[in-house]
Design a binder for this molecule. Structure first.
Ligand code: PEP
Length: 246
């Protein structure tokens, strides 16, 4: 039986005070029976790591270098993230694929580096509106996942995958339960071709305009194991309501 996971992605929002306020509004009120994480901007990870010592709220980052420590100006290593107290790291968010040209192979390399350093990568995949309208959703997602699944059963079994249709991110227009669940089932099928344990264990999150009103139905679907939450993660009341729905 897989547990549910709700991860907030703060993106490039906030300042030191907002981070402190948000963490203190969330940490004491987490519902039991669901894993909850916040993926905080790099500059505030140290502050958040210190604030969350002893808390059930897990810390995550929003990206990581595929390289280990070395001469890589501007990059942040997985070892550094571990040192800050991170448990999770988002890799392959569509905003990074689009703005920074990250290929699916690069995303798989980041996932491998994260795993090697004891982090759990949250690997994001998802199609554009044009690709969905052209009936290419499953083939796009499958191409994005191919180098990740090629990491092999032992590593794949330790991943989290987030299906995030690009047309649903930050638009207020969530995928319907049926639309999301169909892609989640296809991803589960692909995991099953790697190993039965991967299909059984890997949490597949849905992301894209999840709100307290839409979360309960989404999270009730068999293959939806929680959510990756952007905008609503900045509002503690909304984020906690989404966590409770899981
Ligand atoms: C995201 O960017 O990961 C996301 C899901 O954003 P939103 O919830 O704002 O659509």
């Amino acid at each position: 039986m897989r547990s549910k996971l709700v991860a907030g992605n703060w993106k490039m929002h906030g300042r030191r005070d907002m981070a402190a306020d948000l963490l203190s509004a969330l940490a004491p009120h987490l519902p039991s029976g669901v894993d909850v994480a916040v993926c905080v901007p790099f500059p505030y990870l140290d502050q958040a790591g210190a604030a969350l010592v002893g808390s059930a709220l897990h810390l995550g980052a929003q990206d990581v270098s595929e390289c280990d420590d070395g001469a890589f100006t501007g990059e942040v290593s997985a070892g550094m993230l571990r040192d800050m107290g991170c448990r999770y790291v988002i890799v392959g968010h569509s905003e990074r694929r689009a703005r920074h040209g990250e290929s699916s192979q690069c995303v798989a390399d980041k996932a491998a580096t994260a795993l090697r350093n004891g982090l759990t990568p949250i690997v994001c995949v998802g199609e554009t509106k044009e690709e969905r309208l052209a009936g290419q959703t499953e083939s796009v997602v499958s191409e994005q996942l191919a180098p990740v699944l090629a990491l092999g059963a032992e590593r794949v079994e330790r991943l989290v995958i987030a299906y995030e249709p690009i047309w649903a991110i930050g638009t207020g227009l969530s995928a319907t339960v049926d639309e999301a669940d169909a892609v989640h089932s296809a991803i589960r099928g692909a995991l099953g071709r790697v190993s039965q344990a991967a299909a059984d264990r890997v949490q597949i999150l849905y992301g894209g305009s999840v709100k307290p009103e839409t979360a309960p139905a989404l999270f009730a679907a068999d293959d939806i194991d929680g959510g990756l939450i952007g905008g609503a993660a900045l509002d503690p009341e909304a984020f906690l309501a989404i966590c409770k729905a899981a």
